[in-house]
Design a protein around this ligand. Structure first.
Ligand code: 2AM
Ligand code: CA
Length: 285
């Protein structure tokens, strides 16, 4: 590793953060221009799991830009991996030795994109030896860019973010998702939903895990949980929350790592009640 690498920059080049912002902005603008205007829709895993040529194009754009700046870095993108949890785990395993790994969801919220529901983002994270050090989530419809660097805080519109203050379920606004996996993830998530709905202030489900995570970081949601997600849905958002003073674990309460699929993220203050309620409903695993 060169000295300049340790500082997060390359001689004559851009910082990791500058490249991530550039990628997210370019991909986001392009995606927005394609809203209601794409040609091909493919079914990946089931009719609940969609991909368009815009997902693939966005990933290619980001991958090319990242590798132009950092040719020796590794890249893990949603569209480069076969559907299903086993393939995801294998893909993560294959890059587990990477020193620098970019983890990219070219459109998080593809179903929304397909239907024209304006709640989708580009999510870009960089991990160093398995630990996320940079996270960018960009919402092109609202032109909101959420960014965090490890140890340096998290920002939206250039303003420091912090999580919300609710310290009980009954004052909390939480979010979840409805997973595409109908055998395992959806039924488990529904158990949690059934149990939590009467205990919290209310529940939202916007259809983008990465944007829900960004909203927890920004204090707009008290918490978010979902079963059966992938590393690219969570990596950037997890750092946003941690750097905003919140807590990210799996639904069993284990600390966040790239392999987490069942996530519980919150402002930290209601985290234990959140985990306890999910556990009491037998909705954690
Ligand atoms: P996507 O839009 O990138 O597919 C909504 O519940 C969340 O689940 C979204 O972040 C969505 O990401 C993700 N998701 C959709 N299908 C999935 C699948 N088959 N496995 C894991 N996550 C999925
Ligand atoms: Ca996704």
């Amino acid at each position: 590793m060169t000295v300049s690498d340790q500082q997060g920059t390359v001689v004559g080049g851009k910082s990791f953060a500058a490249v991530a912002i550039n990628c997210a902005a370019k991909a986001g603008e392009w995606i927005k221009s394609k809203l209601g205007n794409y040609e091909k829709l493919d079914i990946k895993y089931s009719a609940h799991d969609l991909v368009t040529e815009v997902d693939k194009g966005s990933e290619t754009l980001i991958k090319r830009l990242v590798l132009t700046h950092f040719p020796h870095h590794s890249f893990l993108g949603e569209e480069g991996v076969e559907p299903g949890p086993e393939a995801s785990a294998r893909a993560l395993e294959e890059v587990s030795e990477a020193e620098y790994l970019w983890i990219v969801d070219p459109i998080d919220g593809t179903t929304n994109f397909v239907h024209g529901f304006p709640f989708f983002v580009v999510s870009i994270a960089l991990a160093h030896k398995g630990e996320v050090i940079l996270g960018v989530v960009y919402d092109p419809m609202r032109d909101e860019l959420f960014i965090a660097e490890k140890g340096k805080g998290a920002y939206v519109h250039g303003k420091r973010m912090s999580v919300s203050q609710e310290d009980s379920l009954k004052t909390s606004l939480i979010a979840t998702g409805f997973p595409a996996d109908l055998d395992y993830a959806l039924p488990l998530n529904m158990k949690g939903l059934q149990a939590l709905a009467p205990q919290v202030r209310n529940i939202r489900s916007g259809g983008s895990a990465a944007l829900h995570m960004a909203y927890v970081a920004a204090g707009r949601l008290s918490g978010f949980w979902e079963i059966g997600l992938n590393s690219w849905d969570l990596a950037a958002g997890a750092l946003l929350i941690q750097e905003s003073g919140g807590t990210v674990t799996d639904t069993l309460g284990q600390p966040y790592s790239l392999g987490v699929r069942n996530v519980a993220a919150s402002n930290g203050k209601m985290h234990q009640s959140f985990l306890d309620a999910l556990a009491a409903a037998d909705a954690v695993k």
